[in-house]
Design a protein around this ligand. Structure first.
Ligand SMILES: *Cc1c(COP(=O)(O)O)cnc(C)c1O
Length: 287
């Protein structure tokens, strides 16, 4: 085939104002055009460590198990649900929009016993509503899942006290932070969140392709106590963490290019400062 059949790649400049992908800083694009390193290169391991440190800063957590999963935000959702839930385990889903419903859909595929509480799209949940559902759920909840920022409506779920409430009922709190991470405060430790997942292409200002997740010790303990391994090999968190911790056991070839991009995007966020970044997002939203 003649070389001229397909033109040189030249995408038109677009102003991306949807929830994602959003605009990517030139420094992130530059990072993506730097040479590849092998997955077992100590120089790459150092970049992985730094990316995890930056992620902990952005997630406002000390959680050791904080890493980017290969895949988009949905990979983060599936990773967290498939690792925390075994077939027959109770899950309480709070749904007031598209992504709340997705939580149910994904958990059902992994055999969870789902109780869903719903509110009209655009509304958020009060702690009393979640507590009432925890008391009456057909299957006691092992996990409670809620969306922090429901992209389909723009509603921001207040998080204060939810961790404490969920723990009082012996469950773990899973929070979808795909849209919110980097755009509004997201205090994983302070709020008592046990598993948070996100995506890179929204408020983190990177290309899509990685799903940062962060799990508390309480969540890790639940995973460790499973009767059987997760039913999805690619997203087995304990296996993934063996590569993303000092053991460095190969699991799959992580995209170095996307790790460079994420590290640069997180470095930009740290340079700007989280508080300043949230203020800028708020000002832009109001404008
Ligand atoms: C975008 C989004 C997802 C899914 O992320 P993808 O990167 O499209 O896979 C999940 N939850 C919320 C709240 C989102 O906004």
């Amino acid at each position: 085939m003649a070389n001229s059949t397909y033109s040189d790649l030249n995408p038109s400049p677009r102003l991306l104002l949807g929830p994602g992908p959003s605009m990517v800083h030139p420094r992130v694009l530059r990072a993506m055009s730097t040479p590849l390193l092998g997955y077992a290169d100590p120089e790459f391991w150092k970049l992985m460590d730094e990316t995890q440190e930056l992620l902990r800063h952005t997630f406002q957590t000390k959680n050791e198990m904080t890493l980017p999963v290969s895949g988009t935000g949905m990979a983060g959702m599936e990773t967290v649900l498939a690792n925390l839930l075994e077939p027959g385990d109770g899950l309480l889903v709070c749904a007031a929009g598209f992504f709340g419903n997705r939580l149910e859909e994904v958990a059902l595929r992994h055999g969870a016993e789902v109780t869903k509480i719903e509110k009209p799209w655009g509304e958020v949940f009060a702690p009393e509503e979640i507590e009432a559902a925890l008391k009456t759920a057909k299957q006691p909840a092992k996990v409670v899942a809620i969306v922090h920022a429901e992209t389909s409506t723009g509603a921001l779920q207040p998080m204060d006290g939810l961790g404490e409430l969920v723990h009082r009922h012996g469950a773990r709190l899973v929070v979808d932070c795909v849209t919110s991470r980097g755009g509004v405060p997201g205090k994983v430790d302070e709020w008592g969140v046990d598993a948070a997942y996100s995506g890179t292409q929204k408020c983190l200002g990177c290309p899509p392709g990685l799903a940062p997740v962060s799990l508390s010790e309480r969540a890790r303990e639940a995973i460790h106590k499973r009767k059987r391994k997760p039913d999805i090999w690619y997203f087995d968190l304990e296996a993934l963490f063996k590569y993303w911790s000092s053991e460095r056991v190969y699991h799959h070839t992580v995209s170095g290019t996307l790790v460079y991009a994420l590290r640069e995007g997180l470095r930009l966020a740290a340079e700007e400062g989280l508080e300043a970044r949230w203020a800028r997002h708020r000002a832009n939203a109001e404008y």
